[in-house]
Structure formats: structure tokens, C-alpha cells
Write a protein that binds this ligand. Sequence first.
Ligand SMILES: [Zn+2]
Length: 323
Amino acid sequence: MTTGESALVDFQLLGAPTLSRTGVGRDDLLRDNAARLAELWPNARLLLLDSHGRTPMVSDGDALWLDYRPTGPLGPAPPESAVLLGEHEGVCYWAARAEPDGPVQQVYGWDATVPSDSGPVWQDLRLAGDVLSDVDAGLLTTAVAVLSWHNDAKFCARCGSPTKLSRAGWASTCEGCGREEYPRTDPAVICLVHDGADQVLLARQPVWPPDRHSVLAGFVEGGESLEACVSREVYEEVGLEVRSVRYLGSQPWPFPRSLMVGFTAIADPSVDLVPAAGEIEAARWVHRDELRAVLAAGGTGPGLILPGITSIARGMLQSWAAG
Ligand SMILES: [Zn+2]
């Protein structure tokens, strides 16, 4: 890297990624304290989550709040199927599965808007996460992640026997062989590739809506480092070799169980782009001025629609564009 390049590489995320925000302590010791949990249960707050990952939220048109419910309907003590999210200002927060008891957000996709309603509407973290408070965003992200793991951890991966949840929803034990498992997360790298000057590389997958573009991403393979994964994925997806790979930040992406690990790297824009057949439909270099204009327009411009505002990709692009 040249001295001039070094200065240009050195951008940071402008703030914590949307779903990395948190305001609640994860009290690991409390998970094993059944007596204390039973004592706190009657006054705890309950986050309900349906099978589509939606939870009731209330809105005043600008902001959204999670509509926590009392724990009474679930019985006098926490059921095995619930998960302890944490404790905040003396109140325990739990999450449990439920079916909607009111209006639901019907629109799924990339650009659904958050409806304004005086009563609770069951809404999805991916679409509404950015307008929640730090406390609500952290609790809902954790609830989506751990309850999704509950769905996938009903049987032992070693012997196939049923499992039993324990530790307030944070562990499962096989009833056959005793194997223990904990909430699983799959790391994926996501990399903002730029040219060391004013161009950023964006690409689109064939399954995305027209004009939608984002930075490159891919899952880390067994036995692979994050940095090696960045180099491999960029080369596989667009045929470019990268240098100056540097970590930016991370955010959970519990759809169903990813951890997005953000990087930036530099590549040579004079090298021909070779989109991977079937995986990348198109890739192109975008000038910082065009990106700034699209961001200023809310993420949608002529021929270019940016990733959703809840994604770390959007935060990475905003941070680079501001440089
Ligand atoms: Zn087993």
C-alpha cells in the first residue's frame, strides 16, 4: 500500500450497526438461578415472536416500540420453551413463541414500509429494526436468534435423539447421549471493495429485485480465516484479487443465524470483472458522488437501489461515502 492509499483506506463505521445495538445486560449467572428467575417471573416482560419472526410493535408515526406482554398467561414459572433475554433496570425480559393476536405486517420483501397504526402491529426485525431503540433492537435481535436456534436444536446432531432445553433457553442437552449444544451462529464476511480512491464495487444477485446492488458477502468455510474468506469470496464472485483487507465491525443477522463480519479491501479497477455464473448477475464500479446522491435520496436512484437500512452493508456504504 502506498502512503496516499493508506489515508484513503482508513475509514471507520460511522456508528454501531443497527442490529449490534444493545442496552440490556446478558446475565449469564442468572440463567442458572432458578429460584431468582421464578421470583422475578411475575413482573417480567415478555416478547412474543411468531413463526415468521414478527413481534407486536406500537408506533406514533415516527418511532416504534416493542409491545411487551405480561408473563401471567404462560404460567407461574418460566416454561422450558422461553428464553431469558436479560435484565434491564430491575426487570427481566423473556421471549416466547406465539401466534399473532392482532394485525400483522403483510408485506414481505426489500422495500416494505412500516405501517403507522395506533394499536400493536406484528412486524419483522429486518424491516423495522432501524427505528427501534437500542434496548428494543438488542432484545428483539437476541430473541429472533435464540428462538430460531430452538427450532433447529430439537434433535441431537450426533445421535438424533430428542433434546431438552436448559439454562433459561441458552443450552440444550441430548436425552440420548448427553451432548450439549449452545445457540449456533454462522460467520459470514461482507466486504466493501474500493479502488483506494473514489470508486466502490457493487454487485447484484440474480434473485434480487431489479437494480438492487450491494457489497460482496459469503459464508466462512470450515478451517478458513475471516481474511482468507474475504480474498476467496471476492475472487470467486467477481474475479478480483484484493489487498489491504481490514476489519470494520460486525452485526448479528439472525435470518436464520448469521453473524456478518464487515471488512474493507482494495482492488484494481482496471482488471476485468468476471461475475460468477449463477451467483452474481452483474458487478460494476460506482463513483462516490453517485453513491452519495443515492444515499441522499433514501437509498434509491436511477439504476441503483441500495441494501436495506437495517443491513451492515448499508452502514458500510454510508461510512465510506462520507469519507
Ligand atoms: Zn445425542
